[in-house]
Design a binder for this molecule. Structure first.
Ligand code: MG
Length: 383
């Protein structure tokens, strides 16, 4: 195995786990983290959570689970090339969406709105909460007891007041430091994955057309190349060929640009990575501009498409109704969650109750949320 770069995270320099544990016998610490994430309940639920298209709209669309696997795939490939810690990158990638609500961003917006008076709701913070607190599986600690570097990577953004509450894992938001290169990478791999698979899903769902997409440079260049090289290729294969080339182009750009930046910066270790004014990994200026164009296109043409918007609107109503019903009367909650709401309220008043309700609602899969809505509000549904 190639040796890791001097600025990669390694076991000996890890800041370790909150609850001290002996090192694993046949794995390194970050493999253990990855394995704990894969075995978590929240990870299994990703299969039934929406990325952009509601799960039951079709079996071919990305879910949060397949999205997370794609992020891990891209992240690992780049990590290996740049001699970064592949296991850590994979762990962060697989965990990065664990805190997502049902129904994609619409769900997150709705829950955040419901929680306005009680500290808000943010899926990054929730992902950290899942691995730190909500997974209750191990005899000796709550949460998954992951390494500092994995937790730091999960917490992509954090507002200053919240950072003060969270302590060491959020310290960098107060001191304006950078996260590890592996964390930077997982974030970029996320961006590459969703931009490209949303094009693929959007075309497949019939919400986007090839003609429309040809207005976007990064797509048009690859589309021209494919139809020129393979005249008469059927549309399905053309689309896949274009998307795979786009991913490849973005990954290659990321590797080459980041490698040059790393060399130029001459960072020698992780502390120097952290002390930089900005992230060291990233795309070239030309690629960043093309990605921006693509994102803008997706925002206008796909995420705001009336069929996606209808789904979002419905999702907001479902989650808001669930939150309000449980918040108003926690006795409606299943006993385990009712107990958490009572404990939360004893310790922290109404915000404590609200947080327990938000945890319950955020943990739901799309279909569970729909079922729970029916059980609560439809007169003929059995409870
Ligand atoms: Mg993601």
């Amino acid at each position: 195995m190639t040796e890791l770069a001097p600025y990669a995270i390694t076991d000996p320099i890890s800041r370790g786990r909150r609850h001290a544990e002996p090192a694993p016998e046949y794995r390194n610490h970050f493999q253990r983290d990855r394995d704990r994430i894969v075995h978590s309940t929240a990870f299994r639920r990703l299969e039934y959570k929406t990325q952009v298209f509601v799960n039951h709209e079709g079996d071919l669309f990305r879910t949060r689970l397949t999205h997370s696997i794609e992020v891990a795939q891209i992240g690992r490939a780049v990590a290996r090339t740049l001699r970064l810690n592949e296991d850590l990158t994979e762990a962060i990638a697989l965990a990065h969406d664990l805190g997502h609500t049902p129904f994609g961003h619409a769900g997150q917006d709705a829950l955040n709105h419901c929680m306005t008076e009680f500290g808000g709701f943010e899926h990054n913070l929730q992902s950290l909460r899942v691995v730190d607190v909500l997974e209750e599986k191990y005899a000796e600690f709550v949460g998954l007891n992951l390494c500092f570097e994995t937790r730091e990577g999960i917490l992509k953004h954090c507002a200053v007041p919240k950072a003060k509450e969270l302590g060491d894992v959020a310290q960098r938001f107060l001191t304006k430091q950078q996260p590890s290169l592996e964390a930077q990478l997982a974030n970029l791999a996320d961006e590459i994955a969703y931009n490209n698979h949303d094009i693929d899903d959007g075309l497949r769902a019939g919400l986007l057309s090839l003609d429309q997409l040809r207005a976007v440079e990064v797509f048009r260049v690859q589309h021209d190349a494919v139809i020129q090289r393979y005249p008469g290729l059927n549309e399905r294969r053309v689309i896949h060929e274009v998307v795979r080339r786009m991913i490849n182009q973005q990954v290659t750009d990321l590797i080459e640009h980041s490698r040059a930046t790393l060399e130029h910066s001459s960072v020698k270790n992780v502390d120097e990575v952290r002390a930089q004014a900005g992230p060291l990994l990233g795309f070239s200026q030309a690629m960043s501009a093309m990605n921006l164009e693509l994102k803008r296109f997706l925002r206008q043409e796909l995420y705001a498409h009336y069929r996606v918007y209808r789904m979002s609107d419905k999702a907001k109503r479902i989650l808001t109704a669930l939150f309000e019903a449980f918040m108003h009367d926690p006795k409606l909650l299943p006993p385990e969650h009712a107990q958490k709401a009572a404990t939360g309220e004893r310790e922290d008043g109404l915000p404590g109750r609200a947080r327990a309700v938000a945890d319950y609602v955020a943990g739901m899969t799309d279909r569970y949320a729909i079922r729970e809505y029916r059980r609560l509000f439809e007169p003929l549904e059995l409870t």
